[in-house]
Write a protein that binds this ligand. Structure first.
Ligand code: ZN
Length: 161
């Protein structure tokens, strides 16, 4: 979902407005200047260029486009930052690529496996003779049923497989 979406988002976002929400900006010729939020700035070192759609701090070197700014201030993940800006710009991001779908499916699959494992081990502990010893031990150590439920305590039956 990079490429066209990224271009579209950067084109639509008003960088001065975006940065202006966090930093007081003053117009200086074609650019805007403000105190850099990325270092302890005492005189305005950060320049924002509405024409080039970039920001740059001449003291600490921080700089980039709107996505970089959001990544540095709110969302470290590129895709999250892009999605946040797309939403801000009113750009629909809905049709996900095949790659995204694969990742989502894989995540669902893993979640199902985890859920299956959780209930399997939990059943071992709570409902089987094999889990009896572990359950007695846990109770003896002061674990209540509620605590065991909350922390998804389970047990593994003895055996090589
Ligand atoms: Zn700086």
């Amino acid at each position: 979902m990079q490429g066209p979406l990224k271009e579209m988002v950067l084109e639509s976002i008003d960088l001065v407005e975006l940065i202006g929400e966090r930093v007081g900006l003053t117009r200086k010729g074609k650019d805007f200047v403000g105190l850099c939020p990325f270092h302890t700035d005492h005189k305005p070192s950060m320049f924002v260029s509405p024409a080039k759609k970039i920001f740059k701090c001449f003291a600490c070197g921080a700089g980039g486009d709107a996505i970089h700014f959001v990544m540095k201030t709110q969302r470290p993940d590129f895709r999250d930052a892009l999605a946040l800006l797309a939403k801000r710009a009113g750009i629909e991001v809905s049709p996900t690529s095949e790659g995204d779908k694969k990742v989502a499916n894989r995540r669902d699959e893993l979640r199902r496996v985890m859920e299956w494992a959780r209930s399997y081990f939990r059943r071992n502990l709570m409902e089987t003779d094999a889990g009896r010893g572990a359950l007695d031990y846990a109770r003896q150590r002061g674990f209540t049923d509620a605590t065991m439920e909350q922390f998804n305590l389970g047990s593994v039956p003895d055996g090589w497989n």
